[in-house]
Design a protein around this ligand. Structure first.
Ligand SMILES: [Zn+2]
Ligand SMILES: [Zn+2]
Length: 462
């Protein structure tokens, strides 16, 4: 029995075009306990190969995560292959709105250690004890509850261009980093608050919600099907979107607009913009946000260094790239010292680390070394600006860390605002005058200067 692809991508593309049949692009995932992933993988390959189904699928002891292209005529037969497994009975298949017959040209099913790299040891908790699934309308309702803390479990470059109003958006580059950070930040609210979580398609929250329940969180909820399903439901049901901006997606579009709000800035000039791009220099390929003007002026590059490199003859460029690992190109961490207006990354609060690329280190024969520049911590990050009421001169902030009390000295800081210090003399917490504001609270107070959405709120520690 042939259990691997026999056709090249080109041959497959030609066959698809000849057949002229419509194909559906879809994705699905399920967490389950799979005893023999290798056998599971082979069984799926045989069943799906017979249906001319293509795609990129990961299977593991913990379940399955699949992105696929299936002939429309075989859709029901395909669904039946899933129904033969108890844990996939009635499974939700996310079918893409835009169809691309060439979205996948091979059937690749890989056995992996995990279907999502979450860094968790599944033996230590019950992964099936998940958070309660919510549909868009229910999610909106719970967002209104003052006892709710909403957490975005995506990475900084995803939440930067769009997120739920008031969400905590951890400044992380991988999913696994966000779990301990949130656990620590919310450790005093395991019982009294609703933990409302969301991600792109729901898969990250499936595991994370079980992890947080295991950590002692009593009221854990997750957005069913993630932002993708939310966007679909608010359209179908005509309900208000509490998600603002764009949903970052992992294909060439890089983002799907949900509302007209632009919540991020061009990383080069700072003007409102939410278009991600990859630096044109193939040796860099940094993912960053660039407006049309900067794109034209910088020729799609992240820095003048990269711009110069793209002007070199190709063989020179290849020479420069030798030994440099660009790795996972599209999703490479979008942080660079060259990008003045990159908002996420609270660099002033931590030690700055500038690390040589592995390639540079190898060429120079040196071990990768980090140049560290310690900045003394004199302030604590408390939260971020959510709105500024211009007429009333009132700023609205969301508390994400620690707490604030009347009399505290605070700092509002951002690329345009600069650093402005104030003393909290009077404040409103969730609409009522109060003396203390805690994590998850909406804080408003008079600010005699304009506050920007990118501004952060610090407590000055003497
Ligand atoms: Zn710009
Ligand atoms: Zn670059």
């Amino acid at each position: 029995m042939q259990l691997y692809n026999t056709l090249s991508a080109e041959e497959r593309a030609e066959l698809i075009d000849q057949a002229g049949e419509q194909r559906l692009t879809l994705s699905f995932y399920a967490y389950a306990k799979i005893e023999d992933p290798k056998k599971f993988r082979d069984d799926l390959f045989i069943a799906w190969n017979a249906l001319d189904a293509l795609g990129r699928i990961y299977v593991a002891h913990e379940g399955i995560n699949a992105q696929m292209s299936v002939p429309a005529d075989h859709f029901e037969a395909f669904r039946e292959t899933l129904e033969t497994y108890d844990f996939m009975k009635g499974i939700r298949l996310n079918v893409a709105v835009e169809h691309d017959d060439h979205s996948f040209l091979k059937l690749t099913i890989k056995v992996r250690h995990k279907i999502v790299a979450d860094g968790l040891n599944d033996e230590t908790f019950d992964v099936t004890n998940k958070g309660i699934h919510l549909k868009a309308a229910q999610f909106n309702q719970l967002l209104e509850d003052p006892n709710t803390i909403v957490v975005d479990f995506r990475n900084h470059y995803e939440s930067e261009i769009g997120h739920f109003k008031g969400a905590i958006t951890p400044d992380v580059e991988t999913f696994r980093e966000s779990l301990p950070i949130i656990n620590e930040q919310l450790k005093n609210h395991k019982e009294d608050k609703n933990l409302l979580m969301y991600c792109t398609g729901g898969i990250r929250c499936e595991k994370a919600s079980a992890y947080f329940k295991h950590q002692g969180f009593m009221n854990v909820y997750q957005l069913e099907g993630g932002i993708i399903q939310y966007a679909k439901q608010i359209k179908e049901e005509g309900i208000e979107s509490k998600f603002i901006g764009k949903n970052f997606v992992f294909d060439h579009r890089l983002g799907e607009r949900i509302t007209d709000d632009i919540v991020s800035q061009c990383h080069q000039c700072g003007k409102p913009c939410d278009n991600h791009t990859n630096c044109l220099n193939d040796g860099c390929h940094l993912l960053f946000i660039q407006c049309d003007e900067c794109n034209a002026a910088m020729e799609n590059c992240c820095s003048s260094e990269c711009l110069e490199i793209t002007h070199l003859p190709l063989d020179e460029q290849v020479k420069l790239r030798r030994g440099i690992q660009v790795g996972n190109k599209v999703f490479r961490k979008g942080k660079s010292e060259n990008l003045k207006f990159k908002n996420s990354g609270d660099l002033s609060d931590i030690s700055l680390a500038v690390t040589q690329t592995r390639g540079e280190a190898e060429r120079s024969g040196a071990k990768p070394k980090a140049i560290r520049q310690k900045i003394k911590i004199k302030k604590t990050l408390i939260g971020k600006a959510e709105h500024y009421y211009v007429k009333a001169q009132v700023g609205l902030f969301i508390i994400e860390n620690h707490e604030l009390n009347i009399g505290d000295k605070i700092l509002i800081s951002g690329p345009t605002t600069g650093n402005e210090e104030l003393v909290l003399e009077k404040m409103f917490v969730n609409g009522t005058e109060n003396t203390t504001a805690k994590i998850g609270d909406k804080l408003t107070f008079t600010v005699p200067f304009r506050v920007r959405l990118s501004d952060k709120l610090y407590k000055v520690v003497n």
